[in-house]
Write a protein that binds this ligand. Structure first.
Ligand SMILES: Cc1cc2nc3c(=O)[nH]c(=O)nc-3n(C[C@H](O)[C@H](O)[C@H](O)COP(=O)(O)OP(=O)(O)OC[C@H]3O[C@@H](n4cnc5c(N)ncnc54)[C@H](O)[C@@H]3O)c2cc1C
Length: 509
């Protein structure tokens, strides 16, 4: 069996377009160069000199589950790759076509189909953003609390495809907890309903295998979610997000742990900024109010709820912070910076060479899930890897690290290192160094009993090599499931080492 469909010839593209015309209108089929090139990349670092390798042959704009199913059925019959795409903000190259084919862009599927005020659910097309959805829900005093830093521009389907992480997940849960059920088009074009119970709105069932998690976080390799039913909550009356400054990392680290372990019911999350992050914000982020030189680390905690819950909870957290030698930075910074956490597109577009020269750079974020007790060691080792990378080439800049609580117990943290990348200078040699650095970062996370990704997924070059090590026997189960559900390897081929499922004798085991 072939490992995956080859790139399409010009004639095959013409044949596919003509076949698609039997199921879609002409304005739903995009073949122009700008339409295709705009869907070739995501904001992850990118070998710009190899852009052309990642361009899809065409894109389609379905408007219903049936449209999606018809396109996928046809692609499966013709053995043409299909790549699901929502907001295109994913940071692990999930929506990047590695073998050309058809990008299925679901942005037109952005309707609210049903708002159920009594059961507190909403059913939406997966092309809607959380920002747009919450604008509508606010009229009813409700909100959908999936709140990534890409809040205005990532969409519900991409959140499902990545099993996203939310800034306020310690209070409300992450995408996997907030999505109750969804309609899903399998790689063969069949439509299935994923979720608990026969309806759409059950929050807990013990009937059969729990398939919801399987069809989330697969990075578009197992099909396309088209319509989702989501949990709703009362729109919080009060948000409190105090920022505290510290003279050193150790005090800030001790403080964030104590805040997270306090067990405060309205606690929505806490963030630790390390020394590199504070220094970087001071030197290069004009949107940030610079802290004096004696501020070496920062901590922020967020509480969401009713006014009469949040106020006493805040008092408790302020007391804990004071015990850890924290200095409150005041309301302006606290409110302003927490608001900025929800729209990280406002990152600077420049960084520094080793000589300190300002050059255009784009932002990249490498993430992992790390237990609290291992944060200091992982932080040290990650900075050393980026320092080594910087020693070898003048294309990368260390923009510091954040650690965000993953849950209300404070057990583990979404740990991220932000790296500035001078993309125009990413030649093959610099790209190889970057891929190796990513593999090294992932190896550190596993050595400290973490996960390669808490947030974005782990299917990009470098990190993906270590996924079989992280999952163990589970990786072989992944290969078996992929082969069963996608017999012709048409659904987002080339991702997550899943081609191995199609190699002779069931792949490289
Ligand atoms: C500035 C910035 C801040 C970010 N902050 C966060 C954060 O706080 N938390 C977080 O989790 N992530 C964050 N991210 C990463 C990104 O926003 C998330 O991974 C998000 O879930 C991707 O959604 P999207 O709609 O952009 O999906 P896309 O990038 O379009 O797709 C992501 C993956 O899902 C697949 N996919 C797309 N649509 C579907 C569908 N309908 N069904 C099945 N699979 C599908 C794609 O093939 C791809 O593999 C951030 C990114 C940026 C640029």
């Amino acid at each position: 069996m072939t490992i995956a469909p080859e790139r399409l010839s010009v004639q095959r593209v013409a044949d596919v377009v003509s076949a698609l015309r039997s199921v879609l209108r002409d304005d739903q089929i995009l073949t122009s160069k700008p339409d295709r090139y705009n869907r070739a990349r995501v904001p992850a670092p990118f070998p710009v000199h190899r852009w052309a390798e990642r361009v899809p042959d065409l894109a389609v704009l379905p408007e219903s589950t049936e449209d999606v199913a018809a396109v996928v059925r046809l692609a499966n019959d013709l053995r043409v790759p299909v790549v699901p795409r929502d907001g295109g903000t994913g940071l692990t190259d999930g929506a990047v076509p590695l073998r050309g084919g058809i990008v299925v862009d679901v942005k037109r599927m952005n309707k609210i189909h049903e708002l159920d005020l009594d059961n507190r659910t909403v059913t939406v097309g997966t092309g809607i953003s959380m920002l747009k959805l919450n604008e509508q829900l606010a009229r009813h005093g409700l909100f959908y609390p999936d709140d990534p830093a890409s809040y205005p521009c990532s969409l519900v389907g991409g959140r499902i495809g990545t099993s996203g992480w939310s800034l306020i997940g310690s209070r409300y849960g992450h995408t996997r907890d907030l999505v109750l059920s969804f309609d899903h088009v399998l790689p063969t074009g069949e439509i299935m309903h994923v979720g608990d119970g026969i309806g759409r709105k059950i929050t807990k069932s013990s009937s059969g295998y729990q398939l919801k998690h399987l069809f989330m976080g697969h990075q578009g390799t197992l099909g396309i979610a088209t319509r989702a039913t989501l949990k709703l909550f009362p729109k919080p009356e009060a948000e409190l997000s105090p920022f505290w400054a510290f003279d050193n990392y150790d005090d800030a680290y001790a403080c964030v742990g104590a805040l997270a372990r306090a067990g405060v019911a309205t606690f929505a999350g806490a963030v630790l900024f390390d020394e590199y992050k504070v220094a970087y914000l001071r030197r290069d982020d004009e949107a940030y109010i610079p802290q004096p030189g004696d501020v070496r680390a920062l901590v922020c905690a967020a509480m969401y709820g009713y006014e009469d819950e949040v106020r006493p909870a805040g008092k408790r957290l302020f007391r804990i912070a004071k015990e850890h030698r924290a200095r409150y930075l005041g309301d302006e910074i606290s409110e302003g910076d927490w608001a900025a956490r929800h729209d990280r597109y406002a990152t600077p577009l420049h960084g520094r060479t080793k000589a300190g020269q300002v050059v255009p750079m784009s932002w990249h974020c490498e993430d992992a899930a790390i237990n609290y007790t291992n944060l200091p060691a992982v932080t040290r080792e990650w900075h050393a890897i980026v320092a080594d990378l910087r020693r070898k080439t003048d294309v990368f800049d260390d923009w510091g690290m954040f650690a965000y609580t993953n849950s209300v117990t404070g057990a583990d943290y979404l740990t991220e290192i932000d790296v500035g990348i001078w993309e125009q200078h990413l030649d093959d040699a610099a790209w190889e160094l970057w891929v190796k650095a990513k593999r090294d970062l992932a190896a550190v996370s596993l050595r400290y009993d973490g996960s390669i990704s808490a947030c974005h997924g782990s299917c990009r070059e470098g990190e993906v090599d270590l996924v079989p090590e992280e999952l163990g026997r589970g990786f072989q189960v992944m290969l078996d499931l992929k082969r069963t559900l996608d017999p012709n390897n048409i659904m987002n081929p080339g991702k997550y080492l899943l081609d191995r499922a199609y190699a002779e004798n069931g792949g490289d085991r």
